[in-house]
Each structure stands twice: as C-alpha cells, then as structure tokens.
Design a protein around this ligand. Structure first.
Ligand code: CP3
Length: 342
C-alpha cells in the first residue's frame, strides 16, 4: 500500500507531498456522470448503492493517481438516519422539508445505530478496502455545519434561523447539537472500525461564526467527537473548518492531527500558527482554471511555502467545482508529485 498520505498526516517524513482533492469524485468527471446516470434514481439512491459508490470512489485514484481515496457519500446521510426527511433537488442542493424548530422536533430525533441504519456506507468501505492501494478517508460533517442544514431546511446565506436559535434558545440549540454529535461520533467510530484509515470532519460553514460564538456553539462538539474517537482508534483525524483563518487559535484545540486550510490564508502564515499539526490545502479551486504554466508555478510556490510544516497534504482550499476541466486536475496532480520529490 502507498501510505505516503498517512505518513504526512502523522508528520512523518515522506518521499514526496501526497495529494487528494475535496470532492474528487464528482460532476467534473464524465466517468462520474456516466455512473450517476446509470441505474437512474437520485443522488441519494447513488449514495445507498455500494457497488456504484465503490466505482466512483476509485475513479479519481485510477484516473489521476491521487494519494488517497475519499469514501463516496454525503455529510447529510446520517441526518436522514436520525429520522429526518432529506431531498436533493436539482439546482437547489439539499433540502430538509421539515426543519428543526422546537424541542419537540429535537426530542423526535433518534441516535441511529450505523450498522443497522447505514449498512450501505459500511459495505462500501469493505468493498473499497479490498480494491484500494492507497488509504481510504472516511468522513462526516461537523455538528455545527450539519445543524445549519437541519435548522435552515437547506443551504443558507445569512444563517438567520441558526443564529437566532443560538442567541434566543441556546438550550434548544445545545440539545440539538448534543444529539447530532452523539450520532456523528458513533458514525465515525463505525467507519474506522470497518476500515476507514483516516477521518475528515467537514466544517463547511464554521467561517460564518464570530470567534466567540464558534468557541461556544461549534468547537466543543468537534472536541467531544475527536476525544471519543481517540479512545477507540489511532487513525489520523483531519479537521477542515472552511473560511477558518480567523478561527485558527480555536481550531488548533479541536484535537485533530491535521488542520485543513482554505485558500484565503497564505499557507506559510497558517503554518506558523498551527503549532504541532500537519496541514492540508490550500490551492484556490478556481486556480485550476489558470493557464498550465501559471498553474504549475502557483503549485511550486505553494509547495515551497509549506516546507516548514510538520506534514503537508496537498489539496484544494475547498471542493473542486463541476466546471473544472479534468485535464487541469491531471496537470495539478502531476505537478505536485514532480515538484515535491525530495
Ligand atoms: O469526492 C468526494 O469528496 C466524496 C463525496 C462527497 C460529496 N459530498 C458528494 C456530493 C463529500 C465528501 C461531500 C461532503 C459534503 N456534502 C459537504 C462538505 C464539503 C463541502 O463542500 O463543504 C457538504 C456541505 C455537503 C452537502 C451537499 N451535498 C451540498 C450542499 C450539495 C449540493 C451542492 C453541490 O455541490 O451540488 C451536495 C450534493 C453532492 N454531494 C454532490 C456530490 C457528488 C452533487 C450531487 C450530484 O451528483 O448531483
């Protein structure tokens, strides 16, 4: 097995800088669109089909030579298992038609047993481990990010309902977050037990919070999940707080091995502030639209800037966008491998 990615997560010396990219299995790949169309059904049906999930997870590894695979699923799958109705509407993204508004709604949420309610995820992990020659990353959403979808009923711009609940009904908010955290903790533990070799926690919306609110309403739940995980597994844990450069003093206390960085911060500057952590990132996803020469120079500079890190996993600063030409991804992966050889 090529374990360069795992070594970089642990801050051990590697022969080169490993790369994978967030949302690497997805709509920018014609091969993904082909599998998605096959078997018909919705995106959620795809997430519940281990054979097709396995196939699309392998695609970016086989096509580009990524140094890690990320399980094909979605952060909202366990929220459906908690008893909520979830829909993915074309052009609108995820929708929860019955958002969480009251104590009664929170009471009704169940803490699902992952083996009983999400067997398709665990089955996919098993199938993938039998195939993969690179490590498999499992993942979840962070409780705060998950809560925004449940409270807003979908994606949001100003997060009015979420912040109103925090400020006006903090007990209700904390009760909801406790239940989501319990569910997430069990879900990640099940992934590790089944064979996930690293775990990433996506806090996609952390950056919309003031640092004082992040410290009270988001961070403690990430800390509690990670401390649960530490009791049962030593798989590396990556915490990605998107738009989180204003939160680094807090995110370093989450307990993760690796901090994911978005592109809004210079990686050198971030490395000085992350202490004893490896870092993952942080090319602007839209930099993949640069002309080849400029893209390569940009990657070379990023690798140089990251040299002082305890460990560096090359990634984008957020997910690859669907319009990205796959050829540009190939150029980026090859450039990282070529320029980082030690
Ligand atoms: O390759 C991979 O990264 C693995 C699969 C993966 C998906 N979603 C598949 C997906 C992962 C790791 C996610 C995480 C996820 N899902 C996040 C956190 C990462 C981030 O981008 O901030 C969030 C916030 C979600 C929730 C979600 N799922 C949204 C908001 C949307 C709609 C927006 C969009 O990108 O379309 C999805 C749908 C989704 N999840 C798709 C894929 C491939 C597109 C669905 C399709 O094929 O039509």
């Amino acid at each position: 097995m090529n374990d360069t990615f795992l070594k970089a997560c642990r801050g051990e010396k590697t022969d080169y800088t490993p790369i994978w990219i967030m949302r690497q299995a997805g709509r920018y790949l014609p091969q993904y669109l082909e599998v998605r169309a096959r078997g018909k059904g919705t995106f959620l049906d795809l997430c519940k089909d281990p054979a097709r999930c396995t196939e699309v997870t392998l695609q970016p590894v086989d096509i580009f030579g990524m140094d890690a695979a990320i399980l094909f699923s979605d952060i909202l799958i366990p929220m459906e298992a908690m008893g909520l109705t979830l829909e993915f509407q074309e052009g609108r993204g995820p929708v929860f038609p019955n958002p969480i508004q009251s104590e009664k709604d929170v009471e009704a949420l169940i803490i699902p047993d992952p083996t009983a309610t999400m067997p398709f995820v665990l089955k996919t992990i098993k199938l993938l481990r039998a195939e993969l020659k690179v490590p498999l990353i499992g993942f979840s959403g962070a409780p705060f990010t998950l809560a925004t979808y449940l409270i807003e009923g979908g994606s949001s711009k100003v997060f009015l309902q979420t912040k109103k609940m925090m400020f006006q009904a903090p007990e209700l908010y904390h009760h909801l977050l406790e239940k989501i955290s319990r569910c997430t903790s069990l879900y990640l533990q099940a992934q590790a037990k089944t064979g996930a070799q690293a775990l990433q926690i996506f806090d996609s919306w952390a950056g919309i919070l003031a640092p004082c609110d992040y410290a009270r309403f988001a961070l403690p739940y990430v800390q509690s999940i990670i401390s649960d995980l530490r009791r049962m597994t030593d798989v590396p844990i990556i915490y990605f707080a998107n738009n989180g450069s204003t939160l680094i003093e807090h995110t370093v206390t989450a307990g993760a091995d690796v901090l994911g960085l978005d592109w809004r911060i210079n990686i050198k500057n971030a490395i000085m502030r992350v202490g004893n952590h490896a870092v993952q990132g942080n090319l602007d996803p839209i930099a993949l639209f640069l002309p080849e020469k400029d893209l390569k120079n940009r990657i070379k500079k990023l690798l140089e800037d990251a040299r002082g890190a305890k460990g560096h996993i090359f990634n984008l600063g957020h997910g690859v966008v669907p319009q990205t030409p796959p050829e540009q991804v190939r150029i980026a992966v090859d450039a990282v491998h070529e320029f980082s050889v030690r």
